[in-house]
Write a protein that binds this ligand. Structure first.
Ligand code: 0WD
Length: 258
């Protein structure tokens, strides 16, 4: 029933084999999607070679650098999409950043610089990506972004990232209202339960967060990258054609009683 054959989907945010974006890319590929993959460029090219090697088995038809704070790279990616794909059927925004110092201790200690950087990379970035994709979106295309419960609850140490996720979820609603009318483009967020990744290891007490979920969530466990990937595949498929502007919880039910 779930079929993404012929759909061209850009996946951002793969850093390594623990990344949620990697779980998403694998499930999209299994469902038949053709993928474009971006990696965060660094001076030594470490990410590039690691992500290239990891994603090679999925045969991505585009493989390009993307630092979302670099408008020229965003432009280059969508120029490539226009020239090679002609259109885009799906966009996965699966990235975030906050300094380690901002992810421990008091929220009131957040620096102005740290706030700007976290909000810019983690929330604002969805807007310029959607703007660049706008002329290329096919009818019924989908956008999926990744968020966390810290957007609505004060989760210890999540701090500025919680504020960024609140802004991201609001952005999802505004973009959904903007992109829906003309071509039925749908924009949704997945609120994932805590998973051990490179990004989450920067959050003070991430292991306690995971144990807390294992104790309290209705399913008494955390979720996997594959489960998040399956939901992303659903949200980018025609099966979810009536869903837009939503935050869908893939958290083993934790948000109802955790
Ligand atoms: O428990 C978790 N891991 C959860 C993560 C629970 C709920 C939500 N999320 C969210 C994160 O906030 C993020 O939005 O899922 C998304 C993916 O996070 P992840 O899979 O946990 O983390 P990771 O594998 O580290 O991928 C995030 C990547 C970066 O990796 P590092 O660790 O190097 O920051 O985001 C990318 C980068 O590859 N990234 C950027 N990409 C483009 N431009 C930028 C940037 N400026 N900054 C970071």
């Amino acid at each position: 029933l779930l079929n993404l054959t012929g759909k061209k989907i850009l996946v951002t945010g793969i850093a390594n084999n623990r990344s949620i974006a990697w779980g998403i890319a694998q499930q999209l590929s299994k469902a038949g999607a053709e993928l474009g993959i971006t990696y965060l460029p660094d001076d030594k090219g470490r990410f590039e070679s690691k992500v290239r090697e990891l994603t090679e088995p999925l045969n991505p038809s585009l493989f390009l650098p993307l630092d979302v704070q670099n408008p020229a790279q965003i432009e280059e990616i969508f120029k490539n999409i226009k020239d090679n794909w002609g259109q885009i059927d799906g966009l996965v925004h699966c990235l975030a950043f906050a300094g380690r110092d901002e992810l421990i201790g008091d929220y009131s200690a957040t620096t102005s610089e740290g706030f700007d950087r976290a909000l810019n990379i983690s929330a604002y970035s969805l807007a310029p990506l959607c703007k660049a994709a706008k002329p290329l979106f096919s009818d019924g295309a989908g956008v999926v972004s990744l968020t966390y419960l810290g957007s609505e609850r004060a989760i210890p140490n999540y701090n500025v990232m919680g504020v960024a996720k609140a802004a991201l979820e609001a952005s999802v609603r505004y973009l959904s209202a903007e992109l829906g009318p003309e071509r039925q483009v749908r924009v949704n967020a997945i609120s994932a339960g805590p998973i051990r990744t490179l990004a989450s290891s920067a959050i003070g007490g991430i292991l306690d967060m995971i144990h807390n979920v294992e104790e309290k969530a209705p399913l008494r466990r955390t979720v996997t990258q594959t489960e998040v990937g399956n939901t992303a595949a659903f949200l980018l498929s025609d099966l979810s054609s009536g869903i837009s502007g939503q935050t869908i919880y893939v958290d083993a039910g934790y948000c109802i009683n955790g």
